[in-house]
Write a protein that binds this ligand. Structure first.
Ligand code: AMP
Ligand code: GLY
Length: 423
């Protein structure tokens, strides 16, 4: 495919992983990352584009002869960045705004699932005229699940057994957003299935499992994700087949028949019942973070080719192969994360070489890390994650935990049970 110049939008661990994967491709000659982080700066060119202003991004791509734009986070997609790029014939990995709304509006996602017959929890829409107590009583057999219908950076969902807390969150959400979703609680085990999709076909990447609660044993508040591993054995062959026939196929048929088909990755957040029946908890229109960090290394096929095919509706022409191995990552978070992370502290023990990703290796995915002179400082809640790949999950876990023990950051915390459910 030749010496392509790629622009990656975003600056977290996910974008570091995307840049690392693209950097290994012989098809890529230069990677720009906006804004990037101290990790991407080691091998890519960080730039600060106003990504909510599509025309500035288009202008940059034209000036720099960018062959492909890969959008990491959901916000620029919901703002219509892909629409503006496509209008100028610039290939974009990431869907147009109307389709990004699958993540932008949980209510819209629920309506699409109903329309195409995808299994998901029952729900009610509550607004200022609703009888909140009555609605809560109808779903009182299990914890209450309440979801704001706005992009809230992972803070828009409350799962609680406390009636007063549920009531208060509903009232606050109605006041700020006009309405809120009250959802039936689904018991089961969660997994994430990332599906690369375009108008011509789709490729299911190996399923993974994130650890969303901050503390060991799935205790404490929800976070963006404290660690993940891939593939997740909870998604057996039979479960996988059910996910494909009941969820991926109907979604593909809907999304590939839109005016501009879905071109990007559809993140299917699953809850798998004891009987192995999958339900959709959420759709995201991007790679998960940290799922991306441990899913991409398992793809044997050139990452640029995969993303470029999806951006140009030619996935059906590509055979995608995977490594028969496991990858696992453990997130190191700043003191106070997720509520009030303390930023600006010194990180010690980082090697700062460009990592070699492969079976038997371990490496650091930089996220909230910035350079200040010779020092590397924590600049976010999730600072970095330590990743590894091996033929067994226990070896991958051992390598990742070995690596995290060599890094120090005052007050930092990490979970010690990543992968535990599968080990
Ligand atoms: P969401 O942002 O929709 O993925 O919700 C955040 C987290 O809340 C999920 O990862 C689940 O752990 C939990 N959750 C969401 N919806 C449900 C549900 N209907 N039943 C049980 N847990 C849920
Ligand atoms: N790790 C969950 C997410 O990216 O939404």
């Amino acid at each position: 495919m030749g010496g392509h110049r790629v622009l990656v939008i975003g600056g977290g661990g996910r974008e570091h992983a995307l840049c690392l994967g693209l950097n290994e491709s012989p098809n890529v000659s230069l990677i720009f990352c906006s804004p990037g982080n101290a990790g991407t700066a080691l091998f890519a060119t960080n730039i600060d584009l106003p990504t909510s202003d599509g025309s500035s991004v288009v202008e940059f791509c034209q000036q720099e002869s960018i062959s492909l734009v890969v959008v990491g986070p959901e916000a620029p997609l919901c703002d219509g960045l892909a629409d503006e790029l496509i209008a100028q014939q610039i290939p974009c990995f990431g869907p147009v705004g109307t389709l990004a709304n699958l993540e932008g509006s949980k209510l819209h996602a629920k309506q699409v699932m109903k329309q195409v017959g995808v299994p998901t929890a029952d729900f009610k829409i509550l607004d200022k005229d609703s009888n909140i107590d009555l609605a809560l009583n109808e779903y009182s057999a299990n914890p209450w699940v309440i979801k704001r219908d706005v992009l809230a950076g992972g803070k828009g969902v409350v799962v609680t057994e406390n009636f007063d807390e549920a009531r208060q969150f509903i009232q606050q959400s109605i006041t700020s957003d006009g309405q809120v979703l009250l959802e039936e609680f689904l018991p089961g085990e969660e997994a994430s299935m990332l599906v690369v999709m375009d108008g011509s076909g789709y490729v299911c990447l190996p399923a993974s499992q994130d650890h969303k609660r901050v503390f060991d044993g799935d205790k404490g508040p929800n976070t963006g994700g404290m660690g993940a591993y891939c593939p997740a054995p909870v998604v057996t062959k039979t479960v996988h087949q059910k996910v494909v026939s009941r969820i991926v196929e109907p979604m593909f048929s809907f999304l590939s028949n839109c005016d501009i088909p879905y071109r990007g990755v559809l993140y299917v957040g699953l809850m798998i019942t004891e009987d192995g029946d999958p339900n959709v908890v959420e759709f995201n229109v991007r790679f998960g973070d940290p799922e991306c960090q441990i899913t991409l290394p398992l793809i044997k096929t050139d990452l640029f080719e995969l993303l470029m095919h999806a951006a140009t509706d030619s996935l059906d022409n590509l055979e995608v192969k995977f490594h028969d191995a496991f990858a696992l990552t453990v997130v190191l978070a700043s003191e106070g994360y997720p509520a009030n992370p303390i930023k600006g502290r010194l990180i010690e023990g980082l090697g700062h070489e460009v990592p070699k990703i492969g079976i038997g290796n371990k490496w650091v995915n930089y996220a909230g890390v910035k350079q200040s002179g010779k020092d590397y400082l924590a600049s976010g809640g999730r600072v970095l994650s330590c990743s590894a790949m091996a033929y067994t999950l226990s070896d991958a876990a051992e390598l990742a935990y070995e690596l995290i023990s060599t890094i120090s950051l005052e007050g930092a915390h990490f979970r010690t049970d990543i992968g535990g459910k599968a080990l």
